[in-house]
Design a protein around this ligand. Structure first.
Ligand code: 13P
Ligand code: SF4
Length: 362
């Protein structure tokens, strides 16, 4: 029924259900969502802002999260227990988040604590502190909460890493090696003090000497969307558009971040474009829906995506208006579909790690 409905019919049905539900529902949308979805959102933001937004309407019965699974889990951890968090399509995951699972991370942690010890030094600092990127399963956030660690997003990774280094000698950072490395470089940590942990290899694929020197142990994860951006694309962009301002997301490789003029979260990119007072040419290295929206909203600028072969996040794209109409109409009938629930034994320690981040502000 929903699949056969035309875009115009779906639009009418979504608007009618939203109207009938009124304040009972709050709709959150990530910047990477398609325009057909973003138009209905009460709040559009980056992953940090959406985590905060999950708490802004405590009286709403339901939070409909137009984003990916780990974001909905985070909203459920932070929202009131009575509030239902709904992910319109349960297949909207994140391939990077799937690259780290609790068992493998725990095995790595055991190896590292056997190597570095697990007590604190005379200053109360631990030998190693775990830091998880927001793009991770709830049980990994819980692991960080239990082990004195914290969560970060791309908008606060440097601040969070500084917090972690006040509490520990080293950091285990997962799942995104690129965000970890780019943040470490920006903090002045030498490259040979950042190593990658490959769980299928002895000592994570490192020598004892590398492990001894390491300040940041990076998980081997990456984002398949941001991995597509290259230094050659930047060189080409500069050649074709002299004076172009190149901004990329820190999930891009270090080489790409170094070749760009700036790197920052989705909200950073949006604000950079909004803040440009003179007509400017921007080449942007992030998901296409955000880039195209920025181009549409700012006709005074020339804005293009560094990757000319369309670069969408296929899982974000799985939130189609038909799914939104389906969950909203069900809510109107009093039926909760696609609820994301994090059990309290995981939510409680995960909340600790999230609260540590929220207390640091973006
Ligand atoms: P932001 O934290 O910038 O919203 O990014 C989330 C994400 O998934 C980027 O790929
Ligand atoms: Fe995950 Fe990459 Fe999509 Fe972000 S863009 S949700 S990191 S797959």
């Amino acid at each position: 029924e929903y699949r056969r409905a035309s875009p115009a019919e779906l639009d009418l049905r979504i608007r009618a259900a939203r109207h009938a539900l009124g304040e009972r529902v709050v709709l959150l949308g990530h910047f990477y969502q398609r325009d057909e979805i973003v138009q209905y959102a009460d709040f559009v933001g980056d992953s940090f802002q959406l985590a905060q937004a999950a708490r802004t309407k405590p009286n709403a019965e339901a939070i409909v999260f137009c984003g990916v699974h780990f974001m909905a889990e985070t909203a459920d951890i932070l929202a009131r227990p009575e509030q239902a968090v709904i992910l319109p399509n349960l297949a909207a995951g994140c391939s990077m988040a799937d690259m780290a699972d609790i068992d493998t991370v725990q095995d790595c942690w055991e190896e590292l604590t056997a190597l570095y010890g697990d007590g604190t030094d005379a200053n109360g600092r631990a030998p190693i502190v775990p830091v998880t990127y927001m793009n991770s399963a709830a049980n990994l956030k819980a692991f960080c909460g239990e082990q004195g660690g914290v969560v970060c997003t791309s908008s606060n990774a440097d601040r969070v890493l500084r917090w972690a280094f006040e509490r520990g000698e080293r950091v285990l950072f997962f799942p995104d090696q690129h965000l970890g490395r780019n943040t470490g470089v920006a903090m002045g940590i030498p490259l040979d003090e950042m190593i990658v942990w490959h769980p299928d290899q002895p000592l994570g694929g490192n020598t004892p000497e590398q492990l001894r020197k390491a300040k940041i142990i990076l998980w081997h994860g990456f984002c398949s969307v941001h991995k597509r951006f290259t230094v050659d694309q930047i060189a080409m962009g500069r050649q074709r558009h002299p004076g172009v301002r190149v901004i990329v997301h820190p999930e891009c490789t270090m080489e790409v971040v170094n070749a760009a003029d700036e790197a920052g979260s989705t909200d950073y990119i949006r604000k950079a474009v909004q803040g440009a007072t003179e007509p400017t040419t921007f080449a942007i290295g992030t998901e296409i829906n955000l880039v195209q929206r920025l181009a549409k909203e700012h006709p005074q600028h020339t804005i293009f995506c560094l990757d000319s072969i369309v670069c969408p996040c296929s899982t974000m794209y799985r939130i189609h208006p038909s799914y939104l109409a389906w969950v909203l109409e069900a809510l109107e009938r009093g039926e909760v579909l696609n609820r994301i629930t994090v059990p309290e034994n995981i939510a409680a320690p995960a909340r600790i790690a999230l609260e540590r981040m929220l207390a640091l502000a973006p």
